[in-house]
Design a protein around this ligand. Structure first.
Ligand code: GDP
Length: 453
């Protein structure tokens, strides 16, 4: 996601860095490149226009900072403005004071609503809520069954048109009125004391009046606290028309971007907030129920500018790690204690639990430059690293400096690898250790391009 945009912005800034002082012409050339990169990433034209104008104006005005050179200043402005078009502050779900909180999902067919219903349900359940899913998508023959399947996986109940037949509802059973189903679903949630109810609605492949009317009728019937417009980040320039149609048709309170894992250009992500003024609440990043995260404009901007997204990385880590370990790690980073090979091993093992190693590594600062290496990353590598570290003595793990040539040969023999594999691991570890030191020294932005840590 955003790879091309990210690469292009980063190289634009690299060119700037070579210059000590920026002329108006330099700034204009930079703005032109930024504008082209955004347009090529399918960001909506009005959004691009406003973005470039603001960045230009700010870059030309005398926003001087003693701490930053002119190129760094431009990076800082672009970062801040990106955060702005992504929505500024992050916002979570709004819960009703009188449960159940009703969340309605709307969007085109295939946008990822049903999948999202499962993800959201799991997310809420993990936070101690007791969600009920309501299958009000009676358009697609398979939709009710599909929702029952995700509900099952998320470990939450589903209200389907035929109560008592809560899984594998037959297609023939699904006749009826989605508005009535939605209303009964919410009523059922109230009676059974579910504190949140998520209503999945039908989507069509294209925009049409019947679909909008139905969504709007469901909205009127259940009076949702949140209407989440679910949009596939890969739809490119169509994002604007679709978002506007849903804004007029049902009006929504927030946006969920799906398929942010795809390698499409991602313009929708940058346009939808600017075009509708509604905040993006969540991002969906894969087909698994756990491929889901709260959307943070600042972190996303940071990813786009290849400044890494260490916070999301740590959060994901906390979820997959055992809490005690995660706390220890955070403490180490915070206090600048040394990150040892034993920590490195624990981290590697825990990363293995976290599913895609690639996705995790992609969040590290500066990884954009290593994209190719990342794409070739072999998850089995973790097993090798583990074997190597296990062949070290505790003293060696604590202080790799003592690992001389003969120790390296012994470790290589013990773990069935070559000495050069051991060397490579030690180099990589030294790099990770250096990064940890930089993080703990603070600034919060390790590896920010041009910031020359
Ligand atoms: P709905 O028609 O809006 O309910 O969409 P679905 O939930 O059925 O999703 C349509 C397809 O997109 C399914 O194959 C999902 O597995 C897939 N999908 C949903 N969310 C994501 C995502 O974040 N990333 C990827 N790669 N696929 C997704």
């Amino acid at each position: 996601m955003f790879n091309t945009l990210s690469d292009r912005l980063t190289s634009t800034f690299k060119n700037l860095r070579a210059k000590g002082r920026l002329s108006e012409a330099d700034i204009d050339a930079t703005i032109r490149e930024i504008r082209r990169a955004l347009l090529d990433a399918d960001v909506a034209v009005p959004v691009v226009r406003e973005f470039s104008a603001t960045v230009r104006e700010r870059a030309l005005s005398s926003e001087v900072s003693g701490a930053l050179n002119p190129a760094q200043q431009v990076v800082k402005i672009v970062n801040e403005e990106l955060v702005g078009i992504l929505g500024g502050e992050s916002r979570g779900l709004r819960f009703s004071k009188t449960p159940p909180t009703v969340i309605m999902l709307a969007g085109l067919q295939g946008a990822g609503k049903t999948t999202l219903a499962g993800k959201l349900a799991l997310h809420l359940r993990e936070q101690g809520h007791t969600p009920l899913l309501v299958a009000a998508d009676l358009q697609r023959p398979n939709a009710v069954t599909q929702l029952s399947v995700v509900a099952d996986r998320a470990g939450v109940p589903v209200f389907a048109p035929h109560p008592g037949n809560q899984s594998g509802v037959e297609v023939d059973d699904v006749i009826g009125d989605p508005v009535a189903v939605a209303r009964e679903g919410v009523e059922t949630a109230r009676q059974r004391q579910h504190d949140v109810v998520i209503v999945d609605t039908a989507g069509r492949l294209g925009l049409d009046a019947v679909l909008m009317q139905q969504a709007s009728d469901i909205r009127d019937a259940v009076q949702p606290d949140e209407v989440l417009f679910v949009i596939d980040a890969m739809i490119g320039q169509d994002a604007v028309a679709t978002a506007k149609a849903f804004e007029e048709g049902v009006d929504f309170t927030g946006v969920v971007l799906t398929k942010l894992d795809g390698d499409a250009r991602g313009g929708a992500a940058l346009s939808v907030r600017g075009v509708t003024g509604r905040p993006i609440l969540f991002a969906s990043t894969g087909e698994k129920l756990t491929d889901f995260e709260a959307f943070h404009p600042d972190r996303m901007a940071s990813r786009i500018l290849d400044m890494g997204d260490v916070l999301t990385l740590i959060e994901q880590a906390e979820k997959a790690f055992d809490a005690e370990q995660a706390a220890k790690m955070a403490e180490k980073v915070a206090t600048g204690q040394d990150f040892t090979l034993a920590d490195f091993l624990v981290q590697m093992q825990q990363m293995k639990n976290m599913g895609s190693m690639k996705k995790m590594l992609g969040m590290l600062p500066g990884m954009g430059q290593m994209r190719e290496a990342l794409d070739n990353f072999d998850e089995r590598e973790v097993d090798r690293i583990e074997a190597i570290i296990r062949s070290m003595t505790p003293a060696e793990r604590d202080n790799p400096k003592i690992i001389n040539g003969s120790r390296r040969a012994r470790i290589a023999r013990g773990s069935g690898v070559t000495t050069s594999d051991v060397n490579q691991l030690l180099e990589r570890f030294a790099g990770a250790q250096k990064m940890m030191r930089q993080m703990s020294r603070g600034g919060g932005m390790p590896g920010m391009p041009g910031m020359g840590n």
